[in-house]
Unconditional design. Structure first.
Length: 78
């Protein structure tokens, strides 16, 4: 995605930072998916682009971590 549009990088970085700080911040519009992706969550980068991720256990820090799975337009990630 960044290779196609390098100007998009700051927005992606901002979204990932916000996701790390507060995955349920209202600006991310985080929601759990259903069906085949029922263990996956989605948040918004902007109106048409999403980040798909999972909450996983981090055994080293003994707490939850976020594993990024996919990034792209609505049609690309679903």
């Amino acid at each position: 995605m960044i290779r196609k549009n390098p100007a998009f990088r700051p927005l992606i970085e901002k979204t990932v930072r916000q996701l790390a700080e507060d995955p349920f911040h209202p600006s991310l519009r985080t929601h759990k998916l259903k069906g085949d992706l029922s263990n996956v969550w989605s948040c918004s980068i902007d109106y048409s682009n999403r980040v798909l991720f999972e909450f996983i256990e981090d055994p080293e820090q003994q707490k939850q971590a976020i594993s990024l799975l996919n990034l792209g337009s609505h049609d690309e990630v679903y």
